[in-house]
Each structure stands twice: as C-alpha cells, then as structure tokens.
Design a binder for this molecule. Structure first.
Ligand code: ATP
Ligand code: MG
Length: 399
C-alpha cells in the first residue's frame, strides 16, 4: 500500500514537471525530445508519434522510437491508420494488432493507444503510443495518456499561435514598408513635377511676353527636370523589381574594361578631376554580366562623386585582386562617417546633412549593391572623414 502511494506521488510530481516543461518550452520541436523522455517515465511505450491535421489530412509532426523495439520493423510501425481512425471518431482508441505468425517476434504484436489532440474543443491531430508485445494499456494508463495529449496540445497550440503572430507581424511590416515606399516616391516625384508644371504654366501666361533667352532658359529647366523625373521613375522601378527578384538581366561574357571605358567617356563634362587607371593586363579580362546594369553601377558612383565630392580628384581603377576583377572608385571629398558606411547601401538612405544642396533619393547605392550581388560580386565602401571615400567592387572573372 505504502509502495503504491509512493508510486502515485512519483507520477504526480512527473506530471507537474511535464506541465512546467510545456509552460516554459520555446519551439515545440526543440522541446519534444526532453518531453518524450519524461513521458516515458510515466508511461511505458516503444514508439510515440504526434500527427497534426493539415486540411483534414494527418501529417506526422514528430515521431520517436525509444523502446526495446528500435529495429527496422519498429521504424515502420507509426500507427497512421489508428491515427486516422481516432481523428475521425474524435475519441481515444486502444487497438491490438497481431500480425501473421507472431511466433517469438514481439515486434509483430502491437498495442496501440491513440488519443485525439484538441485545441479549445477543436480536433487538431492525434497522439499515438505503440507498445510491442504488450502489456495491454490499463485504464489509469489511458487517463495518463489523455493528460499527456492535453499538455502536448497546449505546446502545439502555442507554437501555432506564435507562427500566426509572426506572420501577422511580417505582413504589418511589409505594409509599413510599402507605405514608406509610396510616401517617398510621391514626395520625390513631386519636386521635378512641380518645376515642370510651374515653368510651363509661366511660359503659357497670355499676359506676359517672354524674350527668347528666358523662353529657352525655362525650356532647359523643364527638359532637365523631365530627365530627372525619368531617372527617378527608372530607379523606383528597378529598386522594387530588384527587391522582388523580377528584374530581368541578360548575362553574357563581356570585357569589363570596355564597359568602364564607355562610362568614363560619357561623364566627361563633370565637376571633378578624373584619373582613369585601367591596368593594361586587365584589358582582356572577361566577366559574365550585363553591360547596361554594370554601367548603371559605375554611373551612380561617378554621379555620387560629382554630387558629394565636387571639385575633388576621382580615380577609377581596374585591377586583378585575389583572382577577381577589382574596380576601385576613389574620391578626395569630405568622406562618410563610419556609422553610415553600411547604411548608404540601404534603400532610401542618405547621410544626414548630405541632402542639403544635392538631389537624390538614396536609391543609387541600394540598386548598385543588388546589381553587383546578382553578378555574384560584392561592393562596399571605405572612408576617412576629410580625406575621401573609396568604393570597391569585386566580380568573378570568367577568363
Ligand atoms: P540617388 O542615387 O537615388 O539619386 P543618392 O545619391 O542620395 O540618390 P545613393 O547613391 O544611394 O543615393 O547614396 C546614398 C548616400 O550616400 C548619399 O545620399 C550620400 O549621403 C552618401 N554618399 C554616396 N556617395 C558618396 C561620396 N562619394 N561621398 C560622400 N557621401 C557619399
Ligand atoms: Mg546616387
């Protein structure tokens, strides 16, 4: 009598322990191995399987063979059929299965105990315990299994709630990002559009006669602003396509030196000294890429130098470093503070203060990095305040 009271007390303290572990558990799948070990101290079984319902189909969520029957045959006895019956009937089921010629092989005599898993009265799956060769489950063991099933249901319920909350949070963040994106776009598009509208309305005024020079000057402003608007729209489209992975890039084997030379040719009328140093042994260097997109990267770096490091000396270099094509764009401008060096590659990021007197939407370097990464390369910046900024680009060489 005293012995059985002691055994009951032991079981009770293990049930408390189980309850505590479930309450404190993080991710269900991480917690389950420890829980199974504890459950085995309360209930004898060889295999334990948790099935969860997905669109009314039962999918094994967790399975563990712990008993003496850790043989091949044991591995195939996961009680899927019993689980389906329990789920359908929505009640605990005990089943004895004796396969042909049981003989000495206890693995062929299987005792199943299956309990439905529920969340607030709604069935969500089934817990199956399997014993090979017996003994049969008695009433108190069935009650214990039902208690265990209840605890496991809590564990799974919490995990599913966390997943739902995370999905909602991701959705909320996405919505917020889209809102910010639209707000930034509208703001940036308004500026050039405002100029175009303002100067056009002015020119169209019937009560004023504009001289030829003013007329031309206003038209040039409209022309510049229309160009600016086109660049902005292209950048917005590129950045959202790059982000969603829908920007199509046609890769081909190209000479990187040729792309660089073309870009440098185009940016002749600029406000800085340009030094170009394309290593002669790099002139034949071939990489796999899209000339137009790579040109866009170099264009933005030179445009930035023009805007943020005016009147400085800008060096464009191409060499081979560690077996990779290495492009360096260095200026002797004001530089970028350490805290901002990584952030300048983020969408819409502009170093505070640099927006005064310059126009831009902080998309250029974000697009550059996405393009370079699509080429399996890397781009980063180094800078010393007051001395200048250096951008490094590494790209894999084909030959
Ligand atoms: P956009 O390129 O979209 O027209 P942007 O030039 O402001 O706008 P990025 O090219 O992404 O955007 O550059 C991000 C920020 O990094 C700039 O706003 C500027 O603050 C800083 N920056 C970029 N290049 C330099 C540079 N060479 N020297 C100093 N600051 C720089
Ligand atoms: Mg830029």
């Amino acid at each position: 009598m005293a012995e059985s009271m002691q055994a009951d007390k032991d079981i009770l303290s293990k049930l408390f322990e189980l309850n505590r572990l479930v309450a404190e558990a993080g991710e269900a799948l991480d917690a389950l191995p420890q829980l199974v070990n504890l459950i085995r101290e309360i209930l004898i079984f060889d295999n334990l399987v948790i099935y969860l319902a997905e669109k009314d189909k039962l999918i094994p969520y967790f399975a563990r063979a712990v008993g003496r029957g850790r043989a091949k045959e044991a591995d195939v006895a996961w009680g899927a059929e019993v689980a389906r019956r329990i789920y359908k009937a929505d009640k605990t089921i005990v089943k004895r299965e004796s396969l042909e010629d049981t003989g000495e092989n206890r693995l062929l005599l299987r005792y199943y105990l299956g309990v439905p898993l529920k969340q607030s009265g709604r069935k969500i799956g089934a817990l199956i315990l399997i014993r090979f060769g017996g003994p049969e489950y008695n009433v108190s063991q069935i009650r214990l299994a039902e208690f265990v099933a209840e605890q496991l249901s809590h564990l799974v319920e919490r995990e599913q709630l966390i997943l739902k909350v995370n999905a909602l949070e991701r959705g909320r963040q996405l919505g917020k990002m889209q809102e910010d994106f639209v707000a930034t776009i509208s703001h940036d598009l308004r500026t050039p559009l405002g100029f175009i509208k303002g100067y056009t309305t002015t020119l169209l005024r019937k009560d004023v006669e504009w001289d030829k020079e003013t007329y031309r000057e206003f038209l040039e402003i409209i022309d510049d602003e229309a160009d600016r608007l086109r660049i902005l729209i292209d950048n917005f489209l590129d950045s959202s396509r790059l982000q969603s992975g829908t920007l199509h890039m046609q890769f081909q084997n190209i000479r990187l030196a040729t792309v660089l030379k073309d870009v440098v040719e185009r940016v002749k009328i600029i406000g800085f000294d340009l030094v170009v140093d394309l290593h002669s042994d790099c002139s034949e260097m071939v990489i796999n890429g899209t000339p137009a997109r790579l040109a866009q990267v170099f264009d933005n770096l030179l445009d930035n130098a023009n805007k943020y490091a005016p009147k400085s000396t800008v060096t464009v270099q191409l060499k081979k470093t560690d077996g990779k094509a290495h492009v360096i764009v260095r200026d002797t401008g004001p530089g970028i503070g350490e805290d901002h060096l990584e952030k300048i590659f983020h969408r819409f990021y502009r170093v505070p203060g640099s927006e005064v007197g310059t126009r831009g939407s902080g998309l250029g370097l974000f697009i550059c990095r996405q393009i370079i990464e699509a080429h399996h390369g890397e781009i980063f910046a180094e800078s010393v305040l007051g001395e200048g900024t250096t951008f490094h680009i590494y790209l894999p060489i084909v030959s």
